[in-house]
Design a protein around this ligand. Structure first.
Ligand code: UD1
Ligand code: UDP
Length: 394
C-alpha cells in the first residue's frame, strides 16, 4: 500500500487555520530583524539543486547571505560540479567533515556549525531536505535559539529504517518556517501538531532548478557522448536498503541484469555500495554500462532521453515526473507519493522489476502527463518572499 496518501482537503483546512494563527512568526521576526543574515547549510548532492533557486531569489531581493557547505559530500562529481553548473556561488565556508558513521558525521557537522553560528549569529538558518547535515544544522540552530527554515518539510515515508526519515521528523520538529513541496506534506505536519502559521506550501525548488536548466538538457548530445546508439534505460542506486547488505545487493544485481537483458542500461553509480555491488557481480553484464556519478546537466540530459529510469533516489522520482519519463522506484515506500498520483513514478520490488520493465517497454508512452501543483519553477521566489516577509515583518 502506498503510504502518505494525499488528503484532498488538507490545503483548504490548512489555509483557514493559517489565517488566524500567526503568532509564532512574531518571534522569528524579532530575531531576524536583529540580524538580517540568512545562512544556508548544504552538504550533500541533493541539497545543491534545492538551495540554488532559494539563494538566487534571496540575492535578487538584496538579502545578505552566507552559504555553508558541510563537506558531507566532497568528490568533484558529488559536489563541486553542482556549484559550477547551477550558478551557486562557491560556499563561503566549507567545514570539510567528510564521511563517517551517522554519529561521527552528524557530530562533526554540529561542532563546526556551533562555532560558526556563534560567531556569525545569523537571523535565520535555512536547511534543505533530509541528509545528516540538515539534521545537524537544525539541532545546533535550535539550541542557539536561532530560527530555522526547513525547505522540503513534511515528507514522510513512515519507514524509520531509513535514516532520512529520522532526519526529517527531527528537523521539522525543530523548525520555525516549514516550506512544503506538496499538500500531503502539509497534511503530515498538521497531523503532527505543527502550528499552521509555520507551514508554507511553496512548490518544489528542485524543480525550479530543473526547469531553469531545461534548455541545457541535450539528450542527443548526451546519447552520442556516451555512445548510446539504441534505446536505453538509466539507473541510480544508493539506498542502504538496496546496496549495503550482501544478500540485498545480490538480489539487486539479479534484477538489474534481468533489465539489461531487455535494454541497454546505463548506471551512474553513487560511491556508496559500489564495492558491494561489484562483489555481487554487477559489472559482468555486456549490456550494462556502469559510470561514475555524473554532473547535473549530463545526468539529466540522459534522463531526458531514457526510455525508463530505475532508481531509489528521492530527487530523481521528482525530476522524472516533470520530464515525463517512466520511473520505477526500487523501494517499498516513498515519501513523495505525489510523484505516483501526479507523475510517472511507480514503486517496484526487485523481484517484479524485470516484468514491469518489459510491460513498460511494450507500451507506447503518452505525450502528456499530470504535474504536481505548484511545481512550476517559482518555489524559490515563494520561499524568498516568505523569508523577506519575516525579516521586514510583512
Ligand atoms: C547521503 C544521504 C542520503 C542521500 C545521499 C545523496 C544521509 C543520512 N544520507 O547518503 O539521504 O540520498 O547522500 O547522494 O545523509 N562517498 C564518496 N564521496 C563523496 C561522498 C561519499 O566516496 O563525495 C562515499 C563514502 O564512502 C561514504 C559513502 O559514500 O562513506 C556514503 O556517504 P554519506 O554521505 O555518508 O551517505 P550517502 O550514502 O551519500
Ligand atoms: N544526480 C546527478 N548525477 C547523478 C545522479 C543524480 O546530478 O549521477 C542528481 C539528480 O538529478 C538529483 C540529485 O542528484 O538532482 C539527487 O541526489 P541523490 O539521488 O544523490 O539524493 P536523494 O535525492 O536520493 O536524496
Amino acid at each position: 500500500m502506498l503510504t502518505g496518501a494525499v488528503e484532498p482537503d488538507a490545503w483548504s483546512r490548512f489555509s483557514a487555520m493559517k489565517n488566524v494563527r500567526r503568532s509564532s512568526l512574531i518571534a522569528i521576526r524579532l530575531v531576524v530583524q536583529m540580524s538580517p543574515l540568512v545562512l544556508h547549510v548544504t552538504g550533500a548532492r541533493p541539497n545543491f539543486p534545492k538551495a540554488a533557486p532559494v539563494h538566487r531569489a534571496l540575492a535578487a531581493r538584496g538579502v545578505t547571505q552566507l552559504l555553508v557547505h558541510t563537506g558531507q559530500h566532497y568528490d568533484d562529481r558529488m559536489s563541486d560540479v553542482f556549484f559550477r553548473e547551477l550558478e551557486l556561488p562557491t560556499p563561503d565556508v566549507n567545514l570539510g567533515v567528510g564521511s563517517g558513521t551517522h554519529a561521527h558525521q552528524t557530530a562533526a557537522v554540529m561542532v563546526g556549525l556551533e562555532e560558526l553560528f556563534t560567531r556569525e549569529r545569523p537571523g535565520l538558518v535555512v536547511v534543505y531536505g533530509d541528509v545528516n547535515s540538515t539534521l545537524a544544522a537544525a539541532l545546533v540552530a535550535a539550541k542557539l535559539q536561532i530560527p530555522t527554515a526547513h525547505v522540503e518539510a513534511g515528507l514522510r515515508s513512515f519507514d524509520r529504517t531509513m535514516p532520512e526519515e529520522i532526519n526529517r521528523i527531527v528537523t521539522d520538529r525543530l523548525s520555525d518556517l516549514l516550506f512544503a513541496t506538496s499538500a500531503d506534506a502539509v497534511a503530515h505536519l498538521g497531523n503532527e501538531g505543527v502550528d499552521p502559521s509555520k507551514i508554507h506550501l511553496v512548490g518544489n525548488p528542485m524543480i525550479d532548478t530543473l526547469l531553469a536548466n531545461l534548455g541545457k538538457l541535450d539528450a542527443e548530445r548526451a546519447r552520442s557522448e556516451y555512445g548510446l546508439t539504441d534505446r536505453y534505460a538509466l539507473g541510480t542506486l544508493h539506498r542502504p536498503g538496496n546496496v549495503d547488505d550482501p544478500a540485498d545487493a545480490a538480489e539487486l544485481v539479479k534484477a538489474v541484469h534481468a533489465v539489461a537483458d531487455q535494454i541497454h542500461l546505463v548506471l551512474p553509480l553513487h560511491p556508496r555500495g559500489r564495492a558491494q555491488l561489484d562483489r555481487a557481480g554487477l559489472f559482468a553484464h555486456p549490456n550494462l554500462r556502469v559510470l561514475d556519478p555524473l554532473g547535473y546537466l549530463d545526468f539529466l540530459s540522459l534522463v531526458r532521453g531514457a526510455e525508463i529510469v530505475i532508481t531509489d533516489s528521492g530527487g530523481v522520482q521528482e525530476e522524472t515526473t516533470i520530464l515525463g519519463v517512466p520511473c520505477f522506484t526500487l523501494r517499498p515506500n516513498t515519501e513523495r507519493p505525489v510523484t505516483i498520483t501526479h507523475g510517472t513514478n511507480r514503486l517496484a520490488t526487485r523481484q517484479a522489476l524485470p516484468e514491469l520493465v518489459a510491460a513498460c517497454l511494450s507500451t507506447p508512452r503518452g505525450d502528456s502527463w499530470p504535474v504536481p501543483p505548484l511545481w512550476d519553477g517559482e518555489a524559490g521566489a515563494r520561499i524568498a518572499d516568505v523569508i523577506v516577509g519575516s525579516v521586514h515583518g510583512g
